[in-house]
Design a binder for this molecule. Structure first.
Ligand code: GLU
Length: 503
């Protein structure tokens, strides 16, 4: 096996990529880049019944957004193309036949009814989950029980068949997992899984093992849900006489209450997206929110996912993708499930928003203004507004959501703030003074407002909330004098007059 580290992310295009899948992709990427290796994307679409249109594009777009670009894949090609298993179909059959020749697999001609009858019989005999295995295969119609001539005849007649692995009962399958240590399973607990289906398509197990071999994969890094498949994969490597890649099964992502796996419904339940990008399921019409559309920056998602299973060994928390590449190691990935923490992901997002240049948020804000049918102020003004809000927003869309009053006069006033903080007589008295102010800058506005307050025995804490309510309609936000400067004299006066009439 070559010494270059080569890993793959091998999703099935059966729907949108869950953030657990995005984490698997990220860890593969980090591991590859840390070792100067290659990261490839392979689309495992052998189960045509579960194919969902748009899912592959979704996966590629997600990786692109997160900045974890595969070196090879269906969208970029590469030395082992095609990277879509459905396009590799003819190849797998040869490998299934090779296993039959070597005595590691066999043809099974059982019909659906025959399989069902077997299951019923076993259940009646008290077997809870009947399997096609070393015991039951003896009673079924397969190339191990039928005379050779009969098998030949059935094949010549094109009778439908599947190819099954022949699992020896008296064996112990043992392998080393880079995260879990030694894993061992008794042959008696394994069944004769189908390797090649009657439509000639390989199952996940055969295609996965054959492709990992042909694509010279050195490390299989995938979610814990695939751990039960790993013993079979090791049997297959042995049967082919191939050296198995190293394996690492990542811990499960748990729902915030720690109650089971993070599911797609948890997003709605706990108010955070479970998918990287928004997803409209073409089959069910169901719509799921995405991190990108909710207003997360990709760095925040990467940072969040990096720490959901891995730790740097100290209490640092903020890591760029490049830093993660340098620090990542499988030794620091834990075994036990990790709970998703929404607060933490928002905290990361705020950090990356605060430390990004204001220009970064300009396109999204302009697009939103245009979608709202509002004229965008000049860029320099927008940049100033972004700068004023930057320390307060949680999501990028909040530049509009929290700053709407910069672009549109408030149509209603927060009732609680109005009851507690409004001071009509003071604002009325302030109006002519503001009208006369020629130097419309925050410091100049502040000086005259404060002076007027002092004259009336009002501390700034009593004045500012009233002005904020009148100008913005709400009780919180950036410095009020900066807001007044940004709104301009004309609009400030108009809004205060309107507030005096309405409140
Ligand atoms: N196709 C499997 C999936 O959807 C791949 C599992 C693996 O990485 O082996 O996740």
């Amino acid at each position: 096996m070559s010494s270059t580290v080569r890993v793959r992310f091998a999703p099935s295009p059966t729907g949108a990529l869950h953030i657990g899948g995005a984490r698997t992709a990220l860890y593969n990427y980090l591991f590859a880049k840390k070792h100067g290796g290659e990261f490839l994307l392979r689309i495992e679409d052998t189960d045509q019944t579960r194919f969902v249109p748009g899912a592959e594009e979704y996966i590629i777009e997600t990786l692109e957004w997160l900045g974890i670009r595969p070196d090879y894949g269906p969208h970029v090609g590469g030395p082992d193309a095609p990277y879509r298993q459905s396009e590799r179909k003819p190849m797998y059959k040869r490998y299934a036949e090779l296993l039959i020749e070597k005595g590691w697999a066999y043809y099974a001609f059982d019909t659906a009814d025959e399989l069902e009858a077997m299951r019923e019989k076993m259940k009646a005999a008290g077997v809870k989950s009947p399997q096609y295995n070393a015991v039951t295969r003896e009673y079924m119609r397969n190339s191990l029980t039928l005379p050779a001539a009969e098998t030949r005849r059935l094949l010549e007649e094109n009778a439908p068949y599947v190819v099954r692995i022949k699992i020896a009962r008296k064996q112990e399958v043992r392998f080393y997992d880079e995260i879990r240590g030694w894993v061992s399973v008794a042959g008696a607990e394994m069944d004769d899984k189908v390797l090649l289906k009657s439509d000639g398509m390989p199952t996940y197990h055969l295609a996965n093992v054959v492709d990992d071999r042909l694509m010279r994969i050195t490390h299989v890094i995938r979610g814990e849900e695939w751990l039960p498949s790993a013993p079979l994969h090791h049997v297959l490597y042995k049967a082919f006489d191939w050296e198995a890649p190293k394996m690492a099964h990542l811990p499960l992502l748990l729902s915030p209450d720690g109650d089971g796996k993070l599911s797609k419904r948890d997003g709605d339940k706990y108010g955070f997206p479970v998918f990287p990008l928004e997803w409209n399921d073409p089959n069910t019409g169901a719509k799921f929110s995405g991190y990108r559309e909710t207003g997360y920056l990709p760095e925040a998602v990467v940072n969040t996912l990096a720490l959901l299973g891995w730790n740097p060994g100290d209490n640092r928390e903020i890591f760029s993708l490049q830093e993660l590449v340098e620090l990542f190691s499988l030794e620091r990935v834990g075994k036990s499930g990790v709970k998703f923490d929404k607060k933490k992901s928002v905290w990361f997002n705020q950090h990356y928003i605060k430390t990004s240049p204001n220009e970064r948020f300009l396109p999204e804000l302009k697009a939103r203004l245009s979608a709202e049918g509002l004229d965008a102020p000049p860029d320099d003004k927008l940049l100033k507004i972004i700068g004023m809000l930057k320390d307060r927003v949680e999501y990028t869309k909040d530049f509009f959501v929290h700053g709407e009053y910069f672009f549109r006069a408030p149509t209603h006033f927060d009732a609680e703030t109005a009851a507690k903080k409004w001071n009509g007589p003071f604002v009325a008295g302030l109006l002519p003074i503001l009208e006369n102010l020629t130097d419309w800058t925050a410091p100049a506005i502040e000086t005259i407002v404060k002076t007027e307050g002092e004259k009336n025995g009002l501390a700034p804490g009593k004045i500012m909330p009233a002005l904020r309510l009148g100008l913005c309609g709400i009780g919180f936000g950036p410095g009020i004098y900066d807001i007044m400067e940004t709104l301009g004299k004309e609009i400030t006066l108009q809004r205060l007059r309107f507030a005096l009439q309405s409140l």
